[in-house]
Design a protein around this ligand. Sequence first.
Ligand SMILES: Cc1cc2nc3c(=O)[nH]c(=O)nc-3n(C[C@H](O)[C@H](O)[C@H](O)COP(=O)(O)OP(=O)(O)OC[C@H]3O[C@@H](n4cnc5c(N)ncnc54)[C@H](O)[C@@H]3O)c2cc1C
Length: 437
Amino acid sequence: MKTAILGGGLSGLTLARLMHEEGQEVVVLEAEAEYGGLCRSKTKQGFTFDTGGSHIIFSRDAEVLSFMRRMIAGNEQLNNRNTKIFYKQQFVKYPFENGLSDLPPEDRFLCIHEFIRTLIAVEKDELAPPSNFREWIYYTFGKGIAECYMLPYNEKIWKYPTDRMSLHWVDGRIPRPPVEDIIKSAVGINTEGYTHQSVFSYPLDSGIEALVRAIAKPIAPFIRTGFRVTSLAKSGEEWHISNGTEIIRADQCICTMPVQHLLPCLKGVSVNVQNAINALKYNSLVCVNIGIKGSIPPVSWLYVPDHAVGRTNRISFPSGYSRNVAPDGCGAILAEITHQPGDEVSRMSDEDLIDEVTDMLDKMHILKKDQIVYSSVERQPFAYVVYDLDYQKNIALVREYFTSISLPLVGRFAQFEYLNMDGCIRSVMDFLSARQP
Ligand SMILES: Cc1cc2nc3c(=O)[nH]c(=O)nc-3n(C[C@H](O)[C@H](O)[C@H](O)COP(=O)(O)OP(=O)(O)OC[C@H]3O[C@@H](n4cnc5c(N)ncnc54)[C@H](O)[C@@H]3O)c2cc1C
C-alpha cells in the first residue's frame, strides 16, 4: 500500500513520519524547493528568521507538546512569555484584560465600567446573544475593552469586517479571563492569562524549521521537493498524481496542501463545490525582518492594534526566544503585516515595506535607523483562515465532496481550519487513529 501525501509542510511531514513508523510506504510531494511550508526559517548574515511569521512552541495538548519537544530535544530554549500590546505609546500587558492597570486611568475606568455594565446586562438577559464575532466581542468584554483593543486588533489581523465573521471558533482561541481576574487586573493585582502559553519553547538553532527538519529526518528519502501537483485522477483503484511532466502512482492519496490549490488539479468537481471552495476566505502575510546592532526590548512579542501606528499587526523579537538566532551584540525583530491577496500591500516593493516598518519602529523607540545591519522581506500567500459567516456552510460541502472521493484533507489549509502547529499534529494523530482497524 503506497500513500502519496500532497504538501510537505508540518502536517504532511508529520503524517509521513508517523505512517513510516507504522511501516507504511509513503511519498511526500512538495511544490517548493524546500519542505516545511509555513514552518520554514532562513539564516543570513548570522540572523535566523522564520519565514511564515514568528513561531513558538506551546500547547494545551500534552501528547502533542511532548512530541514537539522530543523532536527538538537538545536544541531547545525555554522562555517565559512577556507579551505586550502597544497602546497609546505604552506597553500594556497581554492579554489586554490582564493588563488593565497599565492603561491610563480614564481608559481603565471605561474598560472596567463597561465590562461590569455588560456583565450585569447579560445576567439580566437584557442583551441578545451575539450572532457574529463583532457582537461577541461587545457581549463578552463590553464597549471599553472592545473599542480600545479587541476590535482594532481583530480588524487589523483578519483584514475582514468582524460583523461578517462567525463566532464558532472563539472558545479556546481568544483569551477570556475570569471576571475576578479582570477586576484584579484593573486594580493592579497581577494576574496571568492564556497560561498554557506563559512558558514556551523555541529551537536554539535554525529557527522553527529545526522542528520540521527533525520530524522529516527519518523520511528524507521519501520527500520529493520541487514537485508541484497539477493534476490528480483515479485510474481504477490507483491514484495518478502529476506535476505536468511525471506521474506518481499511489494506492491512496492524502492532501495537506491548500484546498484552493487542490481544486484545479481535479476534473469533474461540481459547480457547487467549486463555488464553496472559492468562497472560503483567507489572508496573506508579509514579514519584514530587521537585524540590529544593539539590544531589543525585553518583550517576547508586541501586538499593534492602532492603525495609526502602522500596518504591522504584530512585532516579534526572535532573538529573545533563542540566543543563537542573531550574532553576538545584535537583536532580531520580525514585523508581520497581514493583507488580502492582490491588495495594496501585496503590490508594495520590499524596499517600501522595509522603509515603512523601520520608520514605525523608530517612532516606537524600538530602534534607531543607524542600528540596522540586516533587512529582508518574506511573503506567504496563505497565512490565516478567516471564518466568515458562510464558512460552516461552505466547508461542510467541501468536506462532504472530498469524503465522497476518498481524498482526506489534513492540515491548516487542507482542512481549512485555524490550526496552530499543535492542532495540525493533533489532526494527523487523530486521522491516523481513526483509520486503525
Ligand atoms: C503568522 C503566523 C504565525 C504562526 N505562529 C505559530 C506559532 O507561534 N505556533 C504555532 O503552533 N503555530 C503557528 N502558526 C501556525 C503554523 O504555521 C501552521 O499551523 C502550520 O505551519 C501549518 O502546516 P501545514 O502543513 O498544515 O500547512 P503549510 O505549512 O501551509 O503546508 C502546505 C504545503 O503544501 C505545499 N503546496 C501547496 N501547493 C502545492 C502543490 N500544488 N503541490 C505540492 N505541494 C503544494 C506548500 O508549499 C506547503 O509546503 C503560525 C502561522 C502564521 C501564519
